[in-house]
Ligand binder design. Structure first.
Ligand code: HEC
Length: 148
């Protein structure tokens, strides 16, 4: 019994050693082609944070005004979709004709005004003060188009 316990423990230890050796050998190999083979230790943190930093930049670029007005679909996809795709916070879902019918009856101008100024859980400009009124209007028209 004691002998068997001993041998199963050494098998476990050998397995761990083999796994560690494999990781040490294979991990640097997997870095080949990612440009960090020679200075794997030095560059490692940078390499790891890179994708996150890129994502944040891409997100900011999609939302930030660069002088050119974005079209309704772009604004909808970068800002409004957060609530209007899923119906989060009680938002009328994009394309849900029943939810939009009574709102459409109020007229485009009223909807644009509410989208710019906010209404109940709907934040002003969808929570993005960076948007111009024309961009919000374009996004509202995009939503109206989806609801027709
Ligand atoms: C944080 C979630 C959220 C975001 C982001 C959001 N909305 Fe809304 N929206 C709502 C909610 C909730 C309502 C329902 C408000 C109500 O009628 O009580 C609503 C309602 C609306 C309405 C109908 C207003 C009315 O008069 O009935 C329009 C139009 C609208 N949103 C447009 C937009 C546009 C355009 C954007 C993007 C620029 C946007 N929303 C982003 C939550 C959101």
């Amino acid at each position: 019994m004691a002998q068997q316990q001993h041998s199963s423990r050494s098998i476990l230890i050998i397995t761990i050693i083999v796994a560690v050796v494999l990781i040490i050998v294979i991990w640097p190999l997997s870095m080949i082609g990612k440009g960090s083979v020679t200075t794997a230790a030095g560059d490692e943190p940078e390499v790891r944070i890179q994708p996150v930093a890129k994502l944040e930049l891409a997100k900011a670029a999609a939302v930030k005004s660069d002088g050119k007005p974005r079209d309704g679909a772009t604004v909808y996809n970068s800002v409004c979709m957060a609530c209007h795709a899923s119906g989060a916070a009680g938002a009328p879902k994009a394309g849900d004709k029943a939810a939009w019918a009574p709102r459409l009856a109020a007229g485009t101008a009223a909807l644009v005004k509410n989208a710019i100024n906010g209404k109940n859980a709907m934040p002003a400009k969808g929570g993005n003060p960076d948007l111009s009124e024309a961009e919000v209007k374009a996004a509202v028209e995009h939503l109206i188009g989806l609801a027709k």
